[in-house]
Design a protein around this ligand. Structure first.
Ligand code: NAP
Ligand code: MG
Length: 398
């Protein structure tokens, strides 16, 4: 069989532990037999990050600026235990944080929906994609414990030293205060990433804040989204047959619960943190969740939403059998290959991505799955496969 050719490369970011093992299997059984893989390879495994002083992470992110599309394996974010385990020179920062800082993107997370793994919310038929703003608010706050009676104020001092003050509260006794901020530029690029991704995936975009209560802070988010939408996206959305919909956060939550899914829900930083955990656990499993970082310049980095599955890796090292779910990692590859195909006008590559996704879903719907899914499926007789046999079962279908 003649293999599908790739015109331009995808930036390949290899990773750690069990997902690194799955990565190799996916390439060997699901990709290389069908596609002449054209990738620019970066080894983000912790050993190599340590050896290069983490330069490899920076290089890989800069490579995404050249090639526009990347696929990333899960990586270890070092902590104290990893310092000794890997004999690290430094406690290197989270690669995802480094890459996000260089590409300035928004992360979109969407569940992979299959029959037999039913969401807890019965009426959810289609995936709900969460877009989380990844800058500011309570994550970059400053806070104080108020020791006793006194006055708390917000003070802004401009470059000429002129002050503007706003009373927070006159305290009679002990209490607490908190200061938060965001910057318009970050909100603007968040808005553009969301509008672009909605057009890209042909899904409606919902956005919600508490602007009725927070008349300046949250209202600014609402206004920036609306201004950018009106100026740049209204026509494009109408042409694509999709809708931008703004509402209050509490109204949004109520509507989400009653909806059948199939839209993007843009969330402020804190809302996105909380709601993405709610949506992913309600849909079934972190191992069935994909994640893509989209930059306002149109760079795409695809990955699985879960980590390196350390516990399974230690079993694997001891020679024990593992049943680790590779679906999210497979979908990271299909996401990247489809996007590559789309940018290069390579229809064959796009169709291959569709077929691989279908083969994966059909394998599970037929009853062949990894242990994590077997524990939650409504299928009465699931066949539990080990990590490699599950991938081989998909390969056979493909
Ligand atoms: P994890 O790798 O997501 O795994 C936590 C647990 O969830 C696993 O022990 C397993 O449960 C279950 N699980 C996750 N993915 C699974 C899969 N594909 N198939 C089957 N079960 C799966 O999180 P962690 O153990 O807390 O973190 C391990 C390492 O990953 C850490 O060093 C962390 O820094 C890193 N991490 C990286 C990323 C990233 O690169 N994007 C994200 C998060 C964490 P059972 O053990 O019960 O089977
Ligand atoms: Mg969280």
């Amino acid at each position: 069989m003649e293999r599908i050719k790739m015109i331009n490369p995808v930036v390949e970011m290899d990773g750690d532990e069990m997902t690194r093992i799955l990565w190799k299997m996916i390439k060997e059984h699901l990709l290389a037999p069908f596609v002449e893989l054209n990738t620019e390879y970066y080894d983000l495994g912790l050993e190599h990050r340590n050896a290069t002083g983490d330069q490899v992470t920076v290089d890989s992110a800069n490579a995404v600026k050249r090639h526009k599309v990347a696929v990333k394996c899960a990586t270890i974010t070092p902590n104290a235990a990893r310092m000794t385990e890997y004999d690290l020179k430094e406690m290197w920062k989270s690669p995802n944080g480094t890459i996000r800082a260089i590409l300035d993107g928004t992360v979109f997370r969407a569940p992979i929906v299959v029959k037999g793994i039913e969401p807890c919310v019965r009426n959810w038929k289609k995936p709900i994609t969460i877009a989380r703003h990844a800058y500011g608010d309570v994550y970059k706050n400053s806070e104080m414990k108020v020791p006793g009676a006194g006055k708390a104020e917000l003070v802004f001092t401009d470059k000429d030293g002129k002050e503007v003050r706003e009373l927070i509260h006159e305290f009679d006794g002990e209490g607490i205060i908190q200061g938060m901020h965001n910057v318009n530029q970050s909100i603007e690029s968040f808005a553009r990433s969301c509008f672009n991704y909605a057009l890209d995936t042909k899904q409606d975009l919902w956005f919600a804040t508490k602007d009725t209560i927070s008349k300046k802070y949250d209202h600014t988010f609402k206004d920036i989204f609306q201004e950018i939408y009106d100026a740049e996206y209204d026509g494009k959305f109408k042409e694509a047959g999709i809708v931008y919909f703004y509402t209050l956060i509490d109204d949004a939550v109520a509507r989400v619960m009653k909806s059948e899914g199939g839209y993007i829900w843009a969330c402020k930083n804190y809302d996105g943190d909380v709601m993405s955990d709610m949506v992913s656990s309600a849909f079934g499993s972190l191992a069935m969740m994909t994640s893509v970082l989209v930059s306002p310049e149109g760079y795409y980095e695809y990955e699985a939403a879960h980590g390196t599955v350390q516990r399974h890796y230690y079993k694997h090292l001891k020679g024990e059998e593992t049943s680790t779910n590779s679906v999210a990692t497979i979908f990271a590859w299909t996401g990247a290959l489809r996007k590559r195909g789309e940018l290069d006008g390579n229809k064959e590559l796009m169709e291959f991505a569709d077929r691989l996704e279908k083969a994966t879903i059909d394998t599970i719907e037929e009853g062949k799955m990894t242990k994590d899914l077997a524990l939650i499926t409504t299928n009465p007789n699931p066949v539990v496969l080990n990590s490699e046999d599950f991938i081989k079962a998909i390969a056979e279908r493909l």
